[in-house]
Design a protein around this ligand. Structure first.
Ligand SMILES: *Cc1c(COP(=O)(O)O)cnc(C)c1O
Length: 363
């Protein structure tokens, strides 16, 4: 492996373990992985191939183009690939060509997808908005569609979905309100598979699991609620090399803007990773990396290619060609996200293309 670039190690066995953990938490209901945004930066194709081996048969992406890439990669594997964006103007022929199922979010999208039906019924998912006010049909529209099946002629509604706004706060009353509305909606489409919960949703209570759960972040090792971190194995480890170690005298400053001023003699490691690689600038205050058995604070501003960290307390005998862990088994994704004032989600998807990705599996 080259040692001059950051590298992202992706443990596919841990991914598989997390999939089976979710199977257990959802009491055995279908686990349909969400592999949008290149599986949160971990490689949608590699991730989907492994999860297929583990038994996953339904996959969610956000964009049509993500669905096309995944369909191509799945080859002969007859996966159901659903596209959250639904049927955007002009997307019909491409959705059909790649055998993708749009998650229909509006009456307009329903009309557009129906217009493509010229043979056997076209498969579709319906997304009902139960309170998030992002995408989805209203409760009134869902009720109307159930009353007037002709409005869905030409379509086979295989799935009904909704999405929780506050699932990461199990005590938030909005969850129960959304769950009740979803229960009402799916009752109108009993032949469809019902799916409400994301990673955090399934932890509120098993009654949120319905027929299928749609986890993303927990598969990839993120802690969905702050309560269950030990349940999920570390999938992603981001490492970067120490390029130089320097001594900084009291009164000297480090990095752009001279934001950090040393108050004592310091030893500083300059690591070869910056905001072009996924260490957010917001980690300039409060960020840490893991090195030589301990967390080491980020000093001064994170720059595009480089980040300075304090290794004053590390014995001088350490080998400075070493890699530093930005997050991974020692410094969790969630801890690193907190240090940058963001979420595990954003941290993963911001890992730049310059970081080399290595997928490993042992089983
Ligand atoms: C991204 C997404 C998910 C997955 O959410 P996680 O919190 O990562 O488990 C599920 N459903 C929808 C509609 C999404 O947009």
């Amino acid at each position: 492996m080259p040692v001059d670039t950051p590298r992202l190690l992706i443990n596919l066995d841990a991914l598989a373990a997390n999939y089976h953990t979710l199977k257990g938490v959802g009491m055995g209901v279908e686990v349909a992985p969400v592999v949008k945004a290149d599986a949160y930066g971990l490689g949608a194709v590699k991730v989907s191939e492994r999860l297929w081996e583990e038994g996953a048969r339904t996959f969610y992406v956000a964009r049509l183009s993500e669905g096309e890439v995944l369909r191509e990669a799945m080859g002969a594997r007859q996966a159901d690939i659903l596209v959250f964006d639904g049927a955007a103007p002009g997307s019909g022929p491409r959705l059909k060509a790649a055998n993708l199922v749009p998650v229909l979010n509006s009456l307009e999208q329903i009309a557009r997808w129906r217009a493509e039906a010229d043979g056997p019924p076209l498969r579709a998912a319906l997304h009902v908005d139960t309170g998030m006010n992002r995408l989805g049909l209203t409760m009134d529209e869902i009720a109307m569609l159930a009353r007037r099946p002709a409005e869905l002629a030409g379509l086979e509604v295989g799935w009904i979905l909704s999405h929780l706004a506050c699932a990461d706060e199990p005590g938030n009353l909005m969850n129960a309100v959304q769950r009740q509305k979803f229960d009402d909606a799916r009752f109108l489409f009993r032949q469809a598979r019902a799916s409400l919960a994301n990673s955090a949703g399934v932890f509120i209570s098993p009654t949120y699991a319905f027929d299928q759960i749609r986890p993303g972040i927990s598969l990839y090792g993120g802690d969905p609620t702050g309560l269950h971190s030990a349940r999920f194995e570390t999938v992603a480890t981001l490492e970067a090399p120490i390029l130089q170690v320097r001594r900084v005298a009291p009164g000297e400053t480090i990095g752009y803007g001279g934001d950090f001023k040393a108050r004592r003699p310091m030893r500083v490691a300059i690591i070869g990773i910056g905001y072009a690689d996924g260490v957010l600038r917001s980690a300039s205050k409060g960020g840490r990396v893991w090195y030589a058995d301990g967390p080491r604070p980020v000093l001064g501003q994170v720059s595009m290619d480089l980040t300075a960290v304090d290794i004053t307390d590390v014995p001088e005998t350490e080998d400075f060609g070493d890699m530093v862990e930005v997050f991974g088994p020692n410094l969790s994704l969630d801890a690193a996200a907190a240090g940058a004032g963001t979420s595990a989600y954003e941290l993963l998807v911001r890992i730049g293309s310059r970081s080399e990705r290595y997928w490993k599996r042992f089983s």
